[in-house]
Design a protein around this ligand. Structure first.
Ligand code: HEC
Ligand code: HEC
Length: 127
């Protein structure tokens, strides 16, 4: 387990398929981080007892102490259910829901305030 360039096989997957390779998990993780606009450290803790060659503690990705990690598991289950139970029922749906569908690059999805149409002003469709 001293390899740096090979992602070790995951040991604590509870929601992702357990047969994923380390590489596949890393790919998914980079995607989540980008979709939420966060860093790995938002959900994962560093292990102060495992200091790397650069003098900084290595991350302990299998550790479950951050609440954000539990929330992410819940969110993953929810997203899977939305897609399998509902989106899949939409004819020709080629657009599954992802973390980014709601999060759009933010850890806490920003509230959406629709623009209220004012019918007294010009309305191009109704010339
Ligand atoms: C939004 C929260 C979140 C972010 C951001 C995140 N992770 Fe994760 N990560 C998780 C969750 C949740 C799991 C456990 C998945 C499961 O239970 O199936 C996990 C699991 C892992 C594992 C597998 C650990 C094991 O041995 O089981 C690795 C490795 C990992 N993450 C690396 C990363 C890296 C690298 C980044 C940054 C690029 C990152 N994560 C960003 C939530 C996150
Ligand atoms: C259907 C919309 C939706 C989808 C899809 C979604 N989320 Fe969320 N997520 C939310 C909302 C809304 C909140 C804020 C809940 C609150 O704070 O009230 C949230 C909160 C979170 C939080 C906690 C943020 C914090 O401030 O602690 C994490 C972590 C998270 N989501 C991760 C994910 C991940 C990872 C995925 C994809 C696997 C995902 N979400 C998919 C809507 C969504």
């Amino acid at each position: 387990m001293q390899e740096h360039h090979v992602a070790p096989a995951p040991t604590n997957l509870q929601v992702l398929p357990k047969n994923l390779t380390g590489e596949q998990v890393h790919h998914i993780m980079h995607q989540w981080a980008a979709e939420l606009g966060t860093e790995c450290s938002t959900c994962h803790v560093a292990d102060p007892k495992n200091v790397g060659p650069n003098g900084r503690p290595r991350m302990n990705f299998a550790d479950d102490s951050k609440p954000e990690k539990s929330t992410a598991r819940l969110m993953y289950r929810m997203t899977e259910e939305i897609n399998s139970k509902y989106i899949s029922m939409v004819d020709n749906s080629g657009m599954p829901v992802t973390c980014g569908t709601c999060h759009r690059g933010h850890l806490s999805p920003a509230p959406f305030t629709p623009k209220v149409e004012d019918d007294d002003h010009d309305h191009p469709a109704a010339k």
